[in-house]
Design a protein around this ligand. Sequence first.
Ligand code: ADP
Ligand code: GLC
Length: 517
Amino acid sequence: MEEDRSASYSMGVQKDRNKVERHMAATAERRVLFVASECAPFAKCGGLGDVVASLPKALRRSGVDVRVVIPLYASIDRAHYALVPEGTCRVRTGAGEVNECEIFRATADGGVPVWFVGHDRFFARNGIYDDHGQAYSDHAFRFGLLCMAAAQVCRDRKWIPDVMHVHDWPTAVLPAMLEAWRNNGRSDGLERTGSVLTIHNQAYQGYSHSSALPYLGLDESFYTPEGFEAYGQLNLLKGGIVFADEVTTVSPTYAKEIRQEPLGCGLSMYLRRRGETFGGILNGADYDVWNPEMDEHIPAAFGAHSLIGKGSCKRALQEEMGLQVDATVPLFGMVTRLAAQKGTGLMRTVLPWVLHEMQVQLAVLGSGDPADEDFFRRLAQEAPGRLAVNIGYSEALSHRIQAGADFFLMPSEFEPCGLSQMYALRYAALPLVHATGGLEDTVAQYNEAEGAGTGFKFYSFTAQAFHDVFGWAVSTWYDRPSHITRMRERAMEERFDWEASAQHYLEVYERVAAKRR
Ligand code: ADP
Ligand code: GLC
């Protein structure tokens, strides 16, 4: 049997195929509500937004009645996305105050219904989590209201989900709210709703002042070291880890890594305690959006059968970004949030060194930490024609970089899953990555003896190791071009389909629904 790389639950899946078939039959009636802070294309800062768009789409194809709730941020263009007003929703907070929220609805790609919760005081702001780097200090209230409103939307419409699926710290409080409502003997159907928390990034935990507890409807029994309390504050992610019926994260390797410190970021003990109710399920890539054979953003189509179009994309990218037009020099691409997680510290040491020593080009698209932005601007001035940088966010350019690059750089210190390297594989931009989390699970190491593999990995997170793997990739480009050709073919044939991952989520929902029945 082929090895299943997509989940650390795979043992269970293979042990009992009949059980899988039975649950597949049952999923026809399953109702699942995603409650999240991002959902592409309406609101996206990173991969979380992609997942909250494409996993529901795949689940819907498997017959699940899945819907999504996100905030109505000021940045969401109502006319463009054809948002339909559905009236208001009265949300009574735990503190007794009644908030009127405006509810809008749209249908996302794949026919997934999305509800938007409008509340000007909390969501009509410039950013999702911060205003130009200044984090908002009232997240527990903002996203707490989102969670309460999501529940009220279900009650008002008598659409009671079997499972509420929450994502990262912003909505991690919802499992505890469900628990509190059950404890209070509330009977509106939601007492039988179970919860799943998916951790997309353990490093962001959502610390808040404990004065938010009454607002969230949580009494002191939730605020203990075994619950939400950490260092005298509310830790929203921790509460989710403790109170959710099941917890997942976005790759099998990251699931192993966060069961230990340091990547557990202080919470590894709570994950270990969960035993079998915590595991990793690999994200998928949305190949409707990321397909070089029909990508409206790129100047020439290409595929595994012919890479001629890729050559045109490389030339066009070099022209667009002001790099020397040269087919023979290896072009490294990068599309990233500029944050320490992404390995910007190593880049600062290694990239000037690489540019000094090696015949390479770099095309960078990114935004984030102002110091990192400055570093790249300066480096571009020092190496004109060889390093080009675009500080900003551009969906279209991100496709053109994937299509034009020969290699894709992702030296992340840690990476829960990573989607960009999956896109890179599909676009024949061989990933150069630190072997961590989902990068370890999705990139196969180059084997110089046989020419096998799909990318280049370094194992110890040091400048020397990053530099050396860079040199290895560059020497392979110049000295073993036939290996590059074969790696490209293999990379383009790799598939990380959402369908496979959605089946693992269905198993999780089934267990949760059985527990709450
Ligand atoms: P993370 O969620 O940690 O940022 P992922 O690799 O999972 O990392 O997802 C990143 C997503 O965000 C990808 O879809 C990538 O193309 C996109 N992205 C990141 N930075 C930019 C940018 N500056 N412009 C356009 N897209 C970007
Ligand atoms: C987070 C992680 C990234 C992951 C994404 C989607 O942003 O940093 O690795 O791919 O979530 O799950």
